[in-house]
Design a protein around this ligand. Structure first.
Ligand code: GRF
Length: 376
């Protein structure tokens, strides 16, 4: 038998009939769509999650012409029929329909699926407005699924296209295993995850830990599929008791972290953590250290009437905000700046600087790392 010739994707009409059958049997048809060019573990896990939302999963696959419109002339790498055949072979996928428009609106209108699944970099508000309208017309339930960090077609292509290392360093370095600690919004965690995702940073966030049970930081981690834990810091509102510090060490060791990143973590670490991770803890601080140490650094720069401030990535030592500086970015203070506007501009630099330092760390290893000095 010639297997390739025997493969045929579903037509939209066949998918619509399947949906009608399901409707009469009280079953749910799930639909998702995408390019699925170079299939990776992130796709497989995502499709598995989508399949679990109902009784069968249909994938709308962008045709070659439609991928080119979305991603440029060098994509797709694999033809639409090959992509459809590989997808169809997955346990989670019950059928693939190729569509030719940039968006899946027409296909959604035709199939009217019971459930629509989309990857976690979207929110219901940021879905394509036409697709969203089609889903609303069909009364489809929308489910946003978490993405698997560090896996993307773009990062695979970047790895394939990067020049070969020179002789003697052919062995690929293993990704940096990061533990990220935070108590705030989690925007630096997001910046790290997106640098990993785009292939700029070869790392994996193996655990995210917060001293606040429902912090946006933990929600960000969970949405990205990162193991996320709340650590009870003790009963004092600001202190971090010794028992909790030992628990933290245990969590970090269990996760196998190479490096601990403090990204807005508001408790002070003590000796159990320093002994276990000496020289392997970094912090991001919103000032040009050594100026304005402490928790009110942005306000302090404004009150001092400074012309510029910025952010610093530094090694963490028992003395607060005093360890060796690894990198700084400068941010001019503008007339009319208040704490919020200034902090927002500092954070733009943080989101660039922190992943850059981590990538540098990965390349050079801790003992060799030099100071990266940048300005905006
Ligand atoms: C950052 O501005 C960092 O410099 C400070 O805390 C803030 C954390 O922000 N230490 P986010 O939670 O990463 O958004």
């Amino acid at each position: 038998m010639n297997w390739v010739d025997s493969f045929a994707p579903l037509t939209a009409e066949q998918a619509r009939i399947m949906r009608e059958d399901f409707q009469s049997q009280g079953k749910k048809l799930v639909f998702t769509n995408g390019c699925f060019d170079l299939l990776h573990a992130g796709h497989v896990r995502y499709l598995q999650q989508a399949r679990e939302l109902g009784d069968a999963l249909i994938v709308g696959l962008n045709s070659d012409e439609s991928v080119r419109k979305l991603k440029g002339p060098t994509r797709p790498v694999n033809s639409e029929l090959d992509r459809a055949e590989v997808l169809s072979a997955l346990r989670a996928v019950d059928g693939v329909v190729i569509f030719h428009d940039k968006r899946a609106t027409g296909l959604i209108d035709a199939i009217q699926p019971h459930v629509y699944a989309k990857g976690g970099d979207y929110t219901p508000e940021s879905l394509d407005p036409d697709e969203l309208a089609a889903l609303q017309r069909a009364g489809t339930q929308i489910q946003i699924l978490s993405l698997v960090p560090g896996r993307s077609t773009t990062s695979i292509l970047q790895r394939v296209q990067s020049p070969l290392p020179s002789a003697g360093v052919l062995e690929e370095k293993k990704p940096l295993l990061l533990a990220v600690l935070g108590s705030g919004k989690g925007s630096n965690l997001r910046a790290i995850l997106s640098a990993i995702d785009s292939g700029v940073l070869s790392a994996q966030v193996v655990v995210a830990i917060s001293d606040l049970p429902d912090s946006p930081f933990l929600q960000t981690a969970r949405a990205a599929g990162v193991p996320a834990h709340y650590l009870h810091p003790g009963d004092h509102p600001r202190k971090f008791d010794l028992k909790a510090q030992y628990e933290l060490v245990e969590m970090l060791r269990k996760a196998g972290a190479d490096l601990v990143v403090l990204a807005g973590f508001m408790r002070i670490l003590k000796s159990p953590v320093f002994e276990a991770f000496e020289g392997r803890i970094v912090n991001i601080h919103p000032s040009l250290l050594p100026s304005h140490k402490g928790a009110t650094a942005v306000r302090d720069a404004l009150v001092a009437g400074d012309e510029q401030t910025g952010c610093t990535v530094h090694l963490v030592t028992p003395e607060i905000d005093s360890g060796r500086i690894l990198a700084q970015a400068h941010v001019p203070i503008q007339p009319g700046d208040d704490e919020e506007s200034l902090h927002a501009r500092i954070q733009e630099q943080e989101h660039r600087l922190l992943p850059q330092v981590l990538a540098h760390w990965h390349q050079l290893q801790a003992h060799q790392i030099g100071v990266v000095s940048t300005s905006c």
